[in-house]
Design a protein. Structure first.
Length: 128
């Protein structure tokens, strides 16, 4: 999961995340948007074996993401599909090979059906 926030709201968001979820590995990675240093992204793994009612309390500005471990790339499925289509002449081919090194240390999202790459760096690692 990724929750978007800023430095002023970070402590409240961290407390909210800890209240709502059981955090796997007891760590929340706080990433900073390199182009907009005020924007922070909390990245964390949750236990998906929770009652659906628990998922109704998702913190604001939170998205479900996947991770390409080798390049430290976080992405949504919609962003991945949008990226593939942009690289493959508009064709969505689920076997298309992505050069993940081009997306190292970034988050790939697709706001309003567009593709956006957010370059990030570690701001903090919070141990729960």
């Amino acid at each position: 999961m990724c929750t978007f926030t800023n430095q002023l709201d970070l402590e409240n968001i961290i407390e909210n995340i800890k209240t709502v979820y059981k955090i796997e590995y007891n760590k929340i990675f706080v990433l900073q948007n390199i182009e907009n240093k005020k924007e922070l992204i909390c990245s964390y793994n949750i236990n998906l074996n929770v009652p659906i009612s628990d998922l109704n309390n998702i913190p604001p500005n939170t998205i479900n993401t996947h991770r390409k471990k080798e390049t430290n790339t976080l992405y949504t499925i919609n962003a991945l599909n949008t990226l593939i289509m942009s690289l493959n002449n508009g064709v969505l081919d689920k076997k298309y090979k992505i050069n993940w090194n081009n997306y190292r240390n970034s988050i790939l999202v697709s706001p309003y059906n567009t593709f956006k790459k957010i370059n990030t760096k570690i701001f903090d690692i919070i141990k729960i």
